[in-house]
Design a protein around this ligand. Structure first.
Ligand code: ADP
Ligand code: ASP
Ligand code: MG
Length: 918
């Protein structure tokens, strides 16, 4: 049975092992095509990380050699002396899997090929999308003796069968289907053999998986011909010869491939060739592949073999983005990239282009253009020799181009004092790594030579660590090496851009952006190539880091994701102010504020891209979900593309305030008019402030005192410039300001309180104002800001709520009974009046005696406190500098609009701390 399966396989595969049965034409040797160009060889390319390269010696075939550079390659002249037209007349196109994913798309591809008016065209095509995955899955199933490989193969057959039925008819259809069924029956036999053996060899596997390309290329060529255009399809296994390498890659043998191409062309002369991507043969004619995503590489090799004018890679995105568009939705298209930049981007994970695509085309200075088949109006990205020309004013063009990431890595750190000055340690480390076949992605060595650390794929790290432990057993036992440590769950983030690494300030900006996003860097590498800076991070931080650095270079520097907690009076006023101002801020000041969530105590509204603030009320009603502060925080902070997060607490809730510490620890900036945190327990307050000082995370609370008036910032300004606070005295309550400004003898105290309540100046229960607690909280905030270590209970507060009314149940009862207590306060007012004074309810920070007090005081009618009107606040700072005349801040210090304005100005302060232009 096994034998039968093999013989079927071998006869099936012979189609590509022998030459095609097309009529042979005698081709006479001729001089090189006049279109042939000779191109200057590019500058050395950092091939050391590629680990392979090709060296062409005059008169000999290409041989493979490790660690060389492209500049070593000299082009073999004699190869041009055959009748294969080469040069600018050829245009190479490559269509990725999604481009040929359905019958309609294949037709579309045919239209694009036909509409290219180049004299000659070579088209490289991938398998229909998902087909290569399906083929690998067949093998895995068969190898693990899972019978379902049979039905999985039927699905592959059906996919191509139905596509062919859509596209073809008559003889074409019959011929294709007969070939398809023939191939599938061979595959079935081969998979059966794999199933029985429970094992698959690489060449069997490569043979199986390459069928997707064979079928797509044939179907496409039929469709092109159906349009009346002559074309030939090429099984590239007859042409492309590659040598396997130890690192699971293959190196093209250009000389041999060129020879085979000439032979193929002489038998299949055509102006349009549809070639399979991905597949090739070894020098022994064994089918192989260029490994996953290798069709880009196929196209580049074909481009080089034909010395084509251009290689166009058609895919499903508009070109190379500044970052993976699936991870950074604000990524921008890069119009132009140098070969090196493109290589670095792809090497570090931008899978829009296979990293090995660059070398073959770079050799002949052939540009690659990446274009979107679904958006023909987009010009795409051009990758060519020099990107220094004008690129439509793209931001920081020649510095940072893009960012890419590689996940699933582990860091290995080999550390020990015995390494310093000992020649050969690095070589011993990396030869041990090579012996286990692991791929080192980046290396970093501290200049003290105390440690060498490098990143390898996570799946290889165990073997690497074991190999190192055994290789360095002696050194470890003797203590010359202290450890071989593995740090799992890492990712690499690379910033790529020509000359960026050599431009002062770029790396600082990069690291600064990471620091501001509270992301810890585990290792750094900056190659001498100057094309990239690479950092290793915790995997869970990777996307946030990518967004942080991307937005630092590409978005407004100060894009802030905001979560608004408490859309009550102040919160609602803030949201409306933001609504009216965000566009202006973005356009004129480059400050990009986005409200990603609004939460009340019962309902919250979350958005991935930013809430439409013109409709926030209705959206909160319609789309609101059950409020959950933790989920809310997580959403605003982690679930979007903006690196800076600010939570704005517009509540008066101590539970919300108790979260600030945790938020700051996470790198979330906090802005609030809520007094609870700063006037709460002293130890918690001190912890909060210490944390704020240690980190790059900001905590602003200007609106906790005097609403929008600049009180906290004035105080800070004095302290930071070395002034010493002696005393802060002020009328901090808008309500009590109103009451005493109007208690002039024309009405009783209780009448004035009633009037204030009716005008909405008081809390629903006026005792909350009259008790003085709110003023005491403001006093403690300013006292602590001035450096006094006081608890709220240390503040002596004179309450204006008469003793017998403190326990009265309702606000209404309180108001009813208040007139009974008018006598005392009326007398006090009269006494003051008689001495030319007025009563004012004030808070005082006495910095000299380290205490605070809240009480009713008498001030001369000429004192600024006596001149107040309405509900204004007034605060006087007496300091060493402002001793004779205090520094006075005065103005409306209560009300939703001005408080929200104070919060808003804190948000803008945050933006300026984050780097907004002034
Ligand atoms: P194809 O099948 O056409 O070869 P791929 O899936 O291999 O397509 O590559 C295209 C995909 O690469 C895009 O859909 C995109 O999601 C991803 N990608 C990752 N990084 C980038 C980047 N920096 N720019 C553009 N695309 C990227
Ligand atoms: N079809 C192959 C793959 O999916 C090659 C390619 O599409 O680039 O890996
Ligand atoms: Mg691809």
């Amino acid at each position: 049975m096994l034998m039968a399966a093999f013989s079927a396989t071998i006869s099936g595969s012979s189609r590509f092992l022998s030459s095609t049965s097309l009529p042979k034409r005698k081709i006479s040797a001729s001089s090189p095509s006049p279109q042939c160009r000779s191109f200057p060889l590019p500058k050395p390319f950092p091939l050391s990380r590629l680990n392979i390269g090709s060296r062409l010696e005059r008169g000999k075939s290409l041989t493979i050699c490790a660690q060389t550079s492209v500049s070593d390659i000299s082009v073999e002249k004699s190869m041009d002396e055959v009748n294969l037209p080469k040069g600018d007349m050829w245009s190479v196109h490559k269509f990725g899997g999604t481009c040929v994913g359905t019958s309609q798309r294949i037709k579309n591809v045919a239209d694009i090929i036909i509409s290219d008016d180049s004299e000659r065209k070579l088209v490289v095509v991938s398998a229909m999308s998902k087909v290569t995955d399906m083929m690998y899955d067949l093998i895995n199933k068969a190898q693990s003796r899972d019978d379902s490989y049979i039905s999985a193969l039927d699905a592959v057959l059906e996919k191509h069968n139905s596509t062919a039925l859509d596209l073809l008819d008559g003889d074409d259809l019959a011929t294709f289907l007969s070939q398809l069924h023939h191939d599938v029956s061979n595959l079935k036999a081969m998979l059966r053999a794999i199933y029985i053996a429970g094992h698959v060899t690489e060449s069997f596997s490569d043979f199986v998986v390459g069928h997707g390309e064979l079928w797509s290329a044939q179907m496409l060529s039929y469709v092109v011909r159906k349009n009346g255009i002559d074309c030939k399809w090429m099984d590239t296994r007859e042409v492309l010869i590659v040598n396997p390498t130890s690192s699971n890659q293959v190196d093209p043998d250009f000389m041999e491939s060129e020879r085979k191409l000439e032979k193929w062309f002489s038998q299949n002369p055509s102006k349009i060739i549809i070639a399979t991507g991905f597949i090739a043969s070894t020098p022994q004619n064994i089918p192989t592949t260029l490994k996953r995503d290798g069709s880009d590489f196929s196209a580049a090799i074909m481009g080089a073999l034909f010395r084509a004018r251009q290689v166009t890679i058609w895919t499903d995105v508009d070109g190379v983005y500044s970052a993976d568009p699936r991870k950074v939705s604000e990524a921008v298209i890069l119009r132009k990239l140098s070969y090196q930049e493109a290589w670095e981007m792809s090497y570090f994970g931008a899978n829009v282009l296979h990293p090995r695509t660059i070398i073959p085309v770079m050799r002949y200075d052939i540009p690659i253009v990446i274009r979107n088949i679904f958006n023909l109006s987009s010009p795409g990205t051009k990758i060519c020799h020099s990107a220094s020309e004008d690129v439509d004013g793209q931001i920081l063009d020649s510095l940072v181009k893009g960012f890419a990431t590689i996940d699933n890595l582990a860091l290995v750190n080999v550390e020990g004092t015995g390494m310093a000055g000992v020649p050969g340690t690095a070589s011993a480390i990396f030869s041990a790594v090579k012996d286990v076949g692991a791929n080192v992605i980046m290396i970093s060595q501290a200049s003290s030579e105390h440690s060498v650390c490098f990143a390898v794929p996570e799946k290889e790290v165990r073997a690497v660590a074991e190999a190192l432990q055994s290789r360095f057993r002696q050194a470890l036992d003797a203590g010359r090496l202290s450890q071989v440590a593995v740090i799992p769950n890492c990712s690499i983030l690379a910033a790529v851009g020509q000359k960026m690494a050599s431009t002062p300030g770029v790396s600082a900006t990069l690291f600064n952006a990471l620091a501001k996003a509270n992301i810890n860097i585990r290792a750094i590498a900056q190659g001498c190539s100057e094309y990239n800076i690479t950092v290793v991070l915790k995997r869970e931080d990777c996307i946030r880091a990518l967004r942080a650095v991307h937005s630092r270079f590409y978005l407004s520097r100060t894009t802030i994701a905001m979560g608004i907690i408490g859309p009550g009076l102040i919160g609602a006023a803030l949201l409306d102010q933001l609504r009216d101002q965000v566009a202006v801020l973005k356009e004129e000041f480059n400050i990009d504020l986005r409200v990603m969530g609004i939460t009340g105590s019962r309902t919250m509204l979350l958005s991935e891209v930013g809430i439409d603030l013109s409709r926030w009320r209705e959206l909160l009603k319609q789309k609101g979900q059950v409020a959950d502060l933790e989920k809310f925080t997580q959403h605003v902070h982690g679930n979007h593309f903006i690196p800076n997060t600010a939570l704005v607490d517009c509540t008066a809730d101590s539970n919300v305030a108790s979260c600030y510490h945790d938020w700051l620890c996470k790198g979330i900036h906090v802005i609030t008019p809520n007094k609870k945190a700063n006037s709460g327990p002293l130890d918690k307050y001190l912890k909060l402030r210490a944390l704020q000082r240690q980190s790059y995370t900001h905590y602003f609370y200007e609106a906790t005192v005097g609403a929008g008036l600049p009180i906290v910032s004035t105080l800070r300004g004095l302290l930071e410039t070395g002034d010493r606070i002696l005393r802060i005295e002020g009328i901090f309550s808008g309500t009590l300001s109103y009451i005493f400004n109007n208690f002039t003898g024309t009405r009783t105290f209780s009448e004035v309180v009633t009037e204030a309540k009716e005008a909405g100046y008081t809390e629903p229960d006026p005792r909350d104002d009259l008790s003085g607690t709110d003023v005491a909280r403001k006093v403690i905030i300013l006292a602590r800001e001035s450096g006094l270590k006081l608890e709220l209970s240390d503040i002596a507060v004179q309450t204006l709520v008469p003793e017998p009314l403190r326990a009265t149940a309702s606000a209404d009862d309180f108001m009813k009974q208040l007139p009974q207590f008018d006598t005392d306060i009326t007398k006090e007012r009269q006494d003051a009046e008689e001495s030319g004074e007025v009563l004012r309810y004030v808070g005082v920070v006495d910095a000299i005696n380290q205490k605070g007090v809240v009480e009713l005081r008498r001030y001369s009618k000429s004192h600024p406190f006596a001149q107040l009107s309405g509900s204004d606040n007034i605060i006087a700072f007496t300091t060493t500098r402002y001793k004779e005349q205090p520094l006075i801040v005065r103005g409306p210090g209560a009300g939703a609009q001005v408080t929200a304005g104070g919060v808003f100005s804190d948000i803008l302060r945050l933006a300026s701390y984050l780097g907004a232009p002034s």
